[in-house]
Design a protein around this ligand. Structure first.
Ligand SMILES: CC(=O)/C=C/C=C(C)/C=C/C1=C(C)CCCC1(C)C
Ligand SMILES: CC(/C=C/C=O)=C\C=C\C=O
Ligand SMILES: [Fe+2]
Length: 557
């Protein structure tokens, strides 16, 4: 392990250096963590109780590298390479005693290779942060996911695989023909599993992105990379939805078919690696399937959205990104929502809907009449008012520079009503007045017990304007059509993640966990009460964390 220069500065001090720092400068944690001891027994200290974890840190791996372009401005967009950090945090307030388990959050936290800065939020190498709660105490861990793409970039000191917007230089390939051939075999695509992390019903924890090869199993206690999650079936394909629907019994996902535009809906039972086909949806628009980052389910159905923002084979091959990256907008091709019966694979509805743009579906449920017959499917999503420019707004340069400008496009809770009576059209409207959440809306969670069922509450990030990125935590009451917002000037909160209190009977009885990146480069874990949405505890991180995307909950064994 390369030993790094040890600076007796905190990360925030380091990031305020006038000249950008590009070496792998090690930093000591700042205030807020319990006094630290350093151990170098990485391989041996695997005891998991909090007493033993309380101050274990691997000293030669405390590495934080301020990014050249993000230097000292906002922790959220500042690259950090963290091989491993682990230690107990000092808690202000009270963590409920019932909260026992680990919250894992994945995201693209490292946006450069040496001097080369990545372009887009989604390009960064996967970084997992861990908050383990037990007996009112909190242990924090942070490290990189060791994908092939990350390891190759480290050892070759250059990009070796195609990321979301970044493409390796031609000399990384034998020839253009070679590149083309390898693209079609999928070998040049990244396995950088930077989007989310899920806990399968059998307890395995897998980091995911949109490439199928980017499914990587990690150890939730140590954050060690275990290895690629291999699907044992022969379904092939290169891409899938970044957000499978995962329950204790199954993992459902969509496999877009770029050759014959459509989607295969598949199910993998807990304890297996084999996806089985439930059914297929043919796209109604073209020339390619609509981008499907996520999709919702109800108790009986899988809802397959077909956006007019579609994958684009040509853009996949381009060396320079287009404003829509690997996608292309075809508003004239129409947008559709298809509903497939989970049990039979039959399509029970396929309706045209107004054009929409969403990354994230929130939930869906079945609407019934007074005789209990299912009349429609209701599906909610974080909808960007059909404005595809949201993708380009997530360029790092925009996030780092336009902090005082109101450049975040308006968004709402888009509510689809998909009739099951054969009507050709579905409806799309706002589930509540978007002014309730500052017309910003993304990064949502619900009480998982309400997955696929009629529900009332969702948690998400909204906007306190002017802003260039969602900057509030918002609790949405979809019955009263009201939102309650948490805001702290300059803070960038990550996805609010709801954990229910064991034995709870109320939908919002639980806590909401988020990680906050502050303007001054510092950061903290935040716990809000799910019902009152008031702060109940916070714990300062030893250094500000880069922004992260999606998380999961691993209950304590
Ligand atoms: C971080 C996040 O939310 C989304 C990441 C999306 C990625 C990495 C998409 C990658 C892709 C390729 C590298 C080639 C194939 C198309 C596509 C799935 C967009
Ligand atoms: C962070 C984000 C959108 C924010 C816009 O309001 C989208 C993330 C998508 C990937 O997980
Ligand atoms: Fe996502």
């Amino acid at each position: 392990m390369a030993t790094t220069t040890f600076m007796s500065a905190t990360f925030s001090q380091a990031s305020r250096l006038p000249t950008p720092v590009r070496s792998d400068s090690a930093v000591t944690p700042g205030d807020g963590s319990i006094p630290l001891k350093y151990y170098s027994d990485r391989g041996t200290s695997r005891r998991r109780d909090l007493e033993s974890l309380r101050t274990r840190i691997v000293a030669d791996k405390i590495v934080a590298v301020p990014s050249r372009t993000g230097e000292g401005k906002l922790g959220a967009w500042t690259s950090i390479r963290q091989e491993q950090w682990e230690g107990e945090l000092k808690v202000e307030g009270e963590i409920p005693i019932w909260l026992k388990g680990t919250y894992l959050r994945n995201g693209p936290g490292l946006w450069h290779i040496d001097d080369y800065d990545f372009r887009h939020l989604f390009d960064g190498y996967a970084t997992v942060a861990r908050l383990s709660f037990d007996q009112g105490r909190l242990v924090f861990g942070h490290r990189q996911v060791e994908s092939e793409a990350y390891k190759a970039a480290r050892s070759n000191r250059r990009l070796c695989y195609r990321e979301f917007s970044e493409v390796p230089k031609p000399d990384s390939f034998l020839s253009y023909v070679g590149e083309l051939a390898s693209l079609f075999s999928g070998s040049s695509l990244t396995d950088n599993a930077n989007t989310g992390v899920v806990r399968l019903g059998d307890g395995r924890v897998v980091c995911l992105t949109e490439t199928i090869k980017g499914s990587i199993e990690i150890d939730p206690d140590t954050l060690d990379t275990i290895g690629r999650f291999e699907y044992s079936d022969s379904l092939g394909g290169l891409i899938h939805s970044a957000h499978p629907v995962v329950t204790d019994t199954e993992f459902l996902t969509l496999l877009p078919d770029l050759v014959r535009p459509g989607y295969t809906v598949v199910r993998m039972g807990a304890g297996t690696n084999e996806r089985k086909v439930i059914g297929r949806v043919d796209c109604r628009g073209g020339p390619a399937p609509g981008w499907v980052h996520s999709f919702p389910v109800t108790e009986h159905y899988v809802v397959v959205p077909e956006m007019s923002l579609r994958y684009c084979a040509q853009n996949l091959l381009r060396a320079e990104p287009t404003p829509l990256y690997k996608f292309e907008s075809h508003p004239e091709s129409g947008s559709y929502v298809h509903v497939m019966c989970k049990a039979s694979g039959k399509i029970v509805a396929s309706v045209e809907v107004p054009n929409f743009v969403t990354f994230h579906f929130i939930n869906a449920y079945e609407e019934t009449d007074e005789d209990g017959r299912i009349t429609a499917v209701i599906a909610d999503c974080c909808e960007h008012n059909a404005d595809t420019t949201i993708l380009d707004k997530l360029r790092l340069e925009n996030l780092r520079t336009s902090t005082d400008q109101d450049v975040l496009p308006d968004a709402r809770v888009g509510r689809f009503r998909i009739p099951l009576d054969g009507s050709p059209k579905g409806e799309l409207g706002a589930a509540l007045d978007p002014n309730e959440h500052g017309k910003g809306m993304d990064m949502c969670s619900i009480n998982p017990a309400y997955l696929g069922k009629k529900y009332r509450y969702a948690y998400a990030c909204g906007a306190e304007r002017p802003c260039n990125f969602p900057n509030t935590l918002t609790k949405l009451d979809l019955v009263e059509k009201k939102a309650k917002n948490w805001y702290h000037e300059g803070a960038v909160p990550s996805e609010p993640f709801f954990v229910a209190r064991p034995g709870a009977t109320e939908e919002d009885d639980g806590v909401v966990i988020s990680m906050i990146s502050e303007k001054n480069g510092e950061g903290y874990a935040l716990l809000l009460d799910g019902s009152s949405f008031e702060e109940i505890a916070r714990a300062k991180f030893p250094y500000g964390l880069p922004y992260g995307l999606h998380g999961c909950w691993v209950p304590k064994k």
